[in-house]
Write a protein that binds this ligand. Sequence first.
Ligand SMILES: [Zn+2]
Ligand SMILES: [Zn+2]
Length: 140
Amino acid sequence: MTPAFKIVLAIWAVSMYLVGFIAWRVQNDALKRGYSSITASFWSLGVLFMAPIMLPLYILLREKSAPTETEPDEVEQARRRLFIICPHCGEENPPELTRCQKCGRLLVSEGKAIGTKACPYCGEQNDINAVYCANCKQPF
Ligand SMILES: [Zn+2]
Ligand SMILES: [Zn+2]
C-alpha cells in the first residue's frame, strides 16, 4: 500500500464518517419538522450517497421551521388546575373522580357532586356545582 493511497483512504474514511453524521442529523431534523419516517429516510439516504446535491436541496426544500407545540390557552390550563376538595378529609381531587383518592369516600351524593372546588383563578372555595366563581366571577 503506497503512502498516497493511505492518505486517500483516510480522507475517504473521515468524509464518510462526516457524511454519515450529517445524514443522521438530516433524518432527525426532518422528523422534527413533521416529515414521515419514509421521507426522512429518503433525505437521509440521499445525503449519505449524494451529499453535495442532496444536502443543499434538503436545506432549500425543508419546511421553514419546526412546528412549535401549540400552547393550550390560559382558560384550558386553568381548567386543568380545577380540583374538588373532599368534604370528608380535605384532599384535593381531580374533577373527574367520583370518589376521594385519599379517603375513598364518595364525592357525589344522590347523583350530585358534593364538596367544594377551589377557583383556579383566585383560589376562592366555591360550591361544587357553581358554574362561576363567587369571588372573581370567572366561569368554571
Ligand atoms: Zn377524602
Ligand atoms: Zn375566583
